[in-house]
Design a protein around this ligand. Structure first.
Ligand SMILES: Cc1ncc(COP(=O)(O)O)c(C=O)c1O
Length: 441
């Protein structure tokens, strides 16, 4: 797209996140508004949102109920100090989230992003062991190809090379499980691959060589989103749960993408029947409208912090904007929409046709894998010789030019549309992607 604002808009000062800044500024993609499933660009083109923004706008864009809730909140209580003070709606929101999450996950700590949720969860895990007299449990275990945000904690437990290479030594004592993906055994699996549960046993190897008593927590995404929609093999998460439980190691699910309907349920934990000790959320909590995250914690873990004199601060951690009134209003309204419009059930109803539509792309040129779970999916492409990532990036750009927003990561094209999408719209979306795949070399 030629920048239609090039005379008046200087693109130089803004250092854009996770972006090829120089390439973008040569060929900017600028949005001016959004409604439902569609963005409108500054040159008035309609772009179907195949990615819920960045895995977050689950209720679709500018949903009137959410917009109105934010408007009202902005005029009623702009800010309330987060420390030693609160406002009623944040307590109601915590209760609502506790009710939505699996039994026992009853304590909710608010943050402003997925990255902050992850760093908070890691500190809760360390603090929990400390409070119980096991302060030597400091090691954290992540997973190759995992993404846990951009904080130093999340970068440390994350397993995507480019994010870590220039970040220095990061947190000490972090270990990584192997990734769950294996093309040879899993390519073109529909939903959860049947092969690969045994990969969780690598945790036993880590335990054997480091001793369980040094390990605080294991953190994984139920399915790895940013790493390229890597779906957990049947039995894998169950096995991780068994091993962590047997060794007093906390299991953290990073549900920043998977909570709030992406898999057709309030959480992946509920969908997959594996309950972690700590869950990180953000994104869909406010349908991407106002930044907010929440860490949902087993009551027994919070309880371990409740020691010392009654006036003592139990956990020296928090953010100025924890439980911000605007975000709180946005979260309540988003949860209302999910409930009132039955969006989680809607996703469950769509999953079979979503899967069929995606897998119909299997025979398109360059496609070496198609993966799906819930209302998320990925098409992996054979990299161009000597130019990895460029083929998926070409698909991304061409799809955008033809009116569809997808996400390119390595040579993987990821899709995760707003939960409000219907079957006709899915056909339209996958039709555009199919045509682009036909035409890209
Ligand atoms: C699983 C996971 N954790 C953490 C994050 C970081 O969230 P944020 O960008 O809101 O900090 C993301 C973002 O994509 C994510 O997918």
């Amino acid at each position: 797209m030629k920048n239609p604002l090039h005379n008046e808009l200087d693109l130089s000062s803004y250092w854009m996140p996770f972006t090829g800044n120089r390439a973008f500024k040569n060929e900017p993609r600028l949005m001016k508004s959004a409604q439902g499933l569609y963005y409108t660009t500054v040159d008035d083109r309609q772009i179907m949102d195949g990615m819920s923004g960045l895995w977050c706008c689950n209720a679709g864009h500018c949903h009137p109920h959410i917009v109105e809730a934010i408007r009202q909140a902005a005029g009623a209580l702009d800010y309330s100090p987060a420390f030693q003070m609160g406002h009623p709606e944040i307590f109601r929101l915590a209760e609502r989230l506790a009710n939505m999450m699996p039994d026992g996950m009853d304590a909710v700590f608010f943050t402003n992003s997925g990255s902050e949720s992850v760093d908070t969860a890691l500190k809760i895990a360390l603090g929990y062991h400390h409070a119980r007299g096991e302060a030597q449990r400091t090691r954290l275990v992540g997973r190759q190809r995992g993404y846990h945000g951009s904080g130093f904690g999340g970068t440390s437990v994350g397993g995507i090379g480019n994010n870590r290479t220039a970040a220095g030594p990061m947190l000490p004592g972090v270990l990584h499980l192997p990734e769950t993906y294996d093309a040879e055994h899993q390519a073109f699996s529909k939903g959860q691959p049947s092969w690969g549960a045994h990969l969780a046993n690598d945790l036993e190897r880590i335990i054997a060589s480091n001793h369980a008593s040094s390990i605080a927590a294991v953190i994984v995404e139920p399915f790895a989103g940013s790493g390229g929609v890597l779906v957990p093999p049947v039995g894998y998460l169950e096995r991780l749960r068994e091993i962590t439980e047997a060794h007093g190691i906390l299991l953290i699910f990073d549900e920043v993408i998977t909570a709030f309907g992406r898999l057709g349920w309030g959480s992946a934990a509920e969908r997959l029947g594996v309950v972690p000790d700590i869950m990180c959320t953000a994104k869909g909590l406010t349908s991407g409208t106002v930044p907010m995250g929440a860490v949902v914690v087993q009551e027994k873990i919070r309880e371990a912090f409740m020691t010392g004199p009654p006036a003592a601060i139990e956990f020296f951690h928090g953010y100025t904007y924890s439980g911000h009134p605007l975000a709180t209003a946005a979260a309540h309204a988003s949860l209302d929409v999910y409930e009132n419009e039955g969006l989680f059930e809607h996703v469950r109803g769509l999953e079979a046709s979503w899967e069929a539509g995606l897998h119909a792309l299997a025979n398109k040129p360059h496609v070496i894998d198609v993966r799906n779970i819930g209302l998320a999916g990925a098409v992996e492409l054979r990299p161009r010789d000597g130019a990895p990532t460029q083929r998926a990036m070409a698909v991304y750009r061409e799809a955008f030019d033809r009116g569809l927003l997808v996400r390119a990561t390595a040579d993987i094209v990821a899709l995760a549309p707003p939960l409000v999408i219907n079957e006709t719209e899915i056909d339209h979306m996958l039709g555009i992607l199919g045509d682009v795949l036909d035409d890209i070399d």
